[in-house]
Design a binder for this molecule. Structure first.
Ligand code: 13P
Length: 294
């Protein structure tokens, strides 16, 4: 059931759990995530980056695929189709294309410009019942192999952007996309607490969900995080399962072994199953299992 992400995240905040946002890249990814959410009776957010949307041919294809899959698989749990780290133009395009939720990432812009653009998108998205995530304090990433700490947001800036009527807020608290470096300092839970106090009851978003120790995830949920983004973890398990399948020679038929392991449906299956298992593990950790409101 495609919905915006507002109510599911309000419920998560009130219930002290988090909804998983899992990035999608193709049909297998989407099906693995949707079927797991349905099996576990969990709400879920399908994240689509601008790059992944381009890879899948464009926003219209993504919307058509997700809507049709939701229907054909008989998915009854709440599913939000969400633009991940969109720029202004992408957010507008996704609002037009039929996404149910958008993230406008204006964190690299001067704060005043971030505020202005976020405000414009909130008005546009809300006129169509679409939820909006905004960002303050960029999420770190690894450049040239060097990353010690992600950016940390200013609670006062968080308060100002929340006042625009956004539905949930990504605030940097030392989190980083991708694999965390050895010298990573950990999440700034103290700053998260201040941001939560400054912003009232708005659901907070934790990006860079891959590789954060479980106890820090639990602490972040305790301090107001209601949406956790996971991407790299699914990519890693998909890649490893595919590598193992190929390394076992299953994709290479010989005169002695005529099994059609090279059939793409077989070749992609171990990775598909690995994504299902990873999503299940994360949903259990985040506490969203059984929380789909019917
Ligand atoms: P990871 O790739 O580190 O899991 O982060 C995902 C993310 O934050 C997407 O917005």
């Amino acid at each position: 059931m495609l919905v915006n992400a507002t109510q599911m995240l309000k419920d998560a905040k009130a219930g002290h759990y988090a909804v998983g946002h899992f990035n999608i890249n193709n049909l297998e990814w989407t099906k693995a995530i949707l079927t797991t959410a349905q099996k576990l009776n969990s709400p879920v957010i399908l994240g689509v980056s601008m790059g992944a949307a381009k890879y899948m041919c464009g926003y219209d294809v993504v919307v058509a695929m997700v809507r049709a899959m939701d229907k054909d698989l008989g998915i009854t749990v709440p599913v939000a189709l969400h633009l991940d780290h969109g720029n202004f133009e992408a957010a507008k395009a996704c609002i037009e294309a039929g996404f149910t939720s958008v993230m406008f990432d204006g964190s690299s812009l001067p704060f005043e410009e971030n505020i202005e653009k976020t405000k414009e998108l909130v008005a546009l998205a809300h006129s169509k019942g679409i939820s909006v995530e905004a960002e303050v304090g960029a999420i770190g990433g690894t450049e040239d192999g060097v990353t010690a700490d992600g950016e940390v947001a200013d609670p006062e800036e968080c308060k100002k952007i929340v006042a625009l009527g956004i539905d949930f807020l990504a605030a940097g608290i030392g989190n980083i996309h991708g694999i965390y470096p050895k010298n990573w300092k950990g999440l700034h839970i103290d700053v998260l607490r201040k941001i939560n106090e400054a912003t009232g009851n708005i659901p907070l978003v934790l990006h860079g969900g891959t590789g954060i120790p479980d106890d820090q995830i639990v602490a972040a949920i305790h301090e107001g995080v209601s949406k956790i983004n996971v991407n790299t973890d699914c990519q890693l398990v998909f890649a490893q399962a595919t590598i193992d399948y190929c390394a076992a020679g299953k994709a290479n038929p010989t005169a002695d072994n005529l099994e059609k392991g090279y059939d793409p449906r077989k070749l992609l299956k171990p990775g598909y199953l690995a994504i299902q298992a990873k999503v299940e593990e994360k949903m259990k950790l985040f506490g969203s299992v059984g929380k789909a409101v019917k």
